[in-house]
Design a protein around this ligand. Structure first.
Ligand code: UAG
Ligand code: ATP
Ligand code: API
Ligand code: MG
Length: 460
């Protein structure tokens, strides 16, 4: 099979055209093997399967693992782009979007043209590429996007590699230059079943893919486990890392980070706020050093980073509103702690939890909200196919002091309620949706932006 003779490749039988290759993938709701006949009827030149489908046709070829095969095929079909780029792959529960933006900004500041693939967009400079809504796209779009960025002049692509992607081998066939681990805490247990499986999925990035450098946050217990698995063959960052965080201060104005790298001490400042930014910044700065940039150049990048929907602040008449993407117990607690420090009066939090996602994180999110906020307004996030009331009930189970809780399932009304009742000196944290510009209810995505509601209510 010569890649140049193939007209197109797909894992969706409905997309097959004359002369295309169809690869059958077993998914979680259906199985591509059920659609082999359809692919053949639509003119597939070859069909790859991993089990017998009871059809006799010489175009059908059996391989051991069709997910891996699709990654390798897409890699070949698009000309092995990752080998001609330097791909920086970042995984972990929280901080992928933020740190990949920092990497992008730092390298661009150093004159190294860098693209970005992640939750908010796939972009290189001012160009936005086709985006199908997932942090890490399927193998075909993954390798195709790398190829397009390469052709458009990118030398590096900074990407978020989700645990779903690692489990489903969406990035199979990729040669990484750098891989990085941010942290691991509870999320996605609906999909992975247990923290151990979730961890094993993340670990794959470090043990199954070619890479020059693995960067590990060793202040995280799972980071230390990865380091053990790698028998110490990694570059670490953290309070006792190879890149050592010496001091970190964060306030409403921004953050200051002091660190040591290869025997020298450096100071950086950034507009990013929050305790956890010490780690995201360290990761971005470490990547800058590994690319040979000097501290001054890195500082230029670090001060330019903008990450939509992460700790976005709005201020009016003594009230501070913060829109943030925290949607896990760990992220919510960390952002609440940061918000608490900025609060002179009372701290409000408005949040919900996504439907058809990890249910067990809901009471844990309720618990941290109850612990750190003075007033808790529970509302809807993206209910998807679940009833908003049922999700809210799950969150409520985690809160001990019910007297500080308000329930308003309409997100716009909930935000309004908190902002209108907040007094001078109060802080209102609106968590969970960050950059999202929709609310997904029963299969329909309605236009919705937390930021727009805040602007409307505060008139800013
Ligand atoms: C749980 C999950 O990851 N699901 C993804 C998965 O769907 P699935 O396993 O249900 O697939 P399926 O519907 O059973 O279909 C199996 C196969 O049959 C094929 N098929 C199906 C029907 C047909 O008529 N013909 C046909 O050939 C499909 O093309 C597919 O290849 O494969 C689909 C095709 O690639 C994806 O669209 C889908 O992502 C859905 C939309 C999704 O919501 N994924 C989320 C959970 C996700 O991936 N999130 C992570 C990030 C999370 C984070 O940021 O922390 C992400 O990377 O975005
Ligand atoms: N290093 C970190 N540690 C803990 N929490 C963090 C960290 N960085 C960011 N956060 C919190 O997590 C939220 C999500 O951050 P970010 O979007 O960078 O993570 P992500 O890993 O890309 O998430 P997702 O898996 O949903 O794409 C932020 O809004 C912030 O509240
Ligand atoms: N990538 C994450 C995003 C969650 C964002 C939150 N707003 C929600 O809808 O749960 C997920 O799919 O679980
Ligand atoms: Mg992300």
């Amino acid at each position: 099979m010569e890649p140049s003779k193939i007209k197109g490749i797909t894992q969706n039988s409905k997309e097959v055209q004359e002369g295309w290759v169809f690869v059958a993938i077993k998914g979680s709701s259906t199985d591509g093997h059920n659609f082999v006949q359809e692919a053949l009827s639509r003119g597939a030149s070859l069909v790859f399967v991993e089990r017998d489908v009871g059809i006799k046709d010489e175009r059908i070829i059996k391989v051991e693992d069709t997910r891996k095969f699709l990654g390798e095929l897409a890699n070949e079909f698009f000309g092995r782009p990752s080998e001609r780029l330097k791909v920086v792959g970042i995984t972990g529960t929280n901080g992928k979007t933020t740190s990949s933006h920092i990497v992008e900004a730092v390298l661009n500041a150093g004159g190294i043209p860098t693209g970005l693939i992640g939750t908010i967009y796939y972009r290189f400079k001012n160009k936005i590429y086709e985006y199908e809504g997932r942090t890490t796209p399927d193998p075909i779009q993954w390798h195709r996007t790398l190829k397009q960025m390469l052709e458009d002049g990118a030398e590096v692509v900074a990407c978020e590699v989700s645990s779903h992607a690692l489990d489903q081998r969406r990035v199979w066939g990729t040669k990484f230059f750098i891989t990085a681990f941010t942290n691991l805490s509870q999320d996605h247990l609906d999909y992975h079943g247990s923290m151990e499986n979730y961890f094993r999925a993340k670990l794959r990035l470090f043990v199954e893919y070619p890479q020059e450098y693995s960067l590990i946050n060793i202040d995280d217990e799972y980071g230390r486990r990865i380091l053990e698995e790698l028998k110490g063959k990694a570059i670490t960052y953290g309070r006792n890392g190879n890149l050592r965080i010496i001091d970190f201060e964060t306030s409403i104005e921004g953050s200051k980070l002091t660190l040591e790298w290869e025997g020298r001490t450096y100071k950086f400042s950034s507009n990013l706020r929050g305790e956890f930014q010490a780690y995201n910044l360290s990761l971005g700065i470490l990547v800058g050093f590994l690319f040979g940039l000097d501290a001054e150049t890195i500082q230029h990048g670090v001060e330019r980073v903008i990450v939509p929907g992460r700790f976005e602040t709005f201020f009016k008449e003594g009230k501070l509103a913060i829109v943030d993407y925290a949607h896990t117990p760990d992220a919510l607690e960390k952002v609440l702690i940061t918000a608490r420090r900025l609060t002179k009066g009372k701290l409000w939090v408005v949040f919900g939890a996504g439907g058809n996602r990890d249910k067990t994180k809901r009471p844990l999110m309720g618990k941290v909200a109850g612990k750190w906020a003075d007033f808790v307004v529970i509302t809807s996030d993206n209910p998807r196919w679940e009833e908003p009331e049922a999700i809210i009930e799950d969150i409520l189970k985690g809160i001990e002091q019910k007297q500080k809780v308000f329930v308003q399932k309409d997100r716009k009304e909930a935000i309004k309620f908190a902002l209108q009742n907040a007094k001078e000196g109060d802080v209102v944290l609106i968590a969970g949706k960050g950059h999202e510009d929709y609310q997904e209810i029963k299969g329909v995505k309605y236009p919705f932006k937390d930021q727009d509601v805040v602007k409307e209510v505060l008139n800013v």
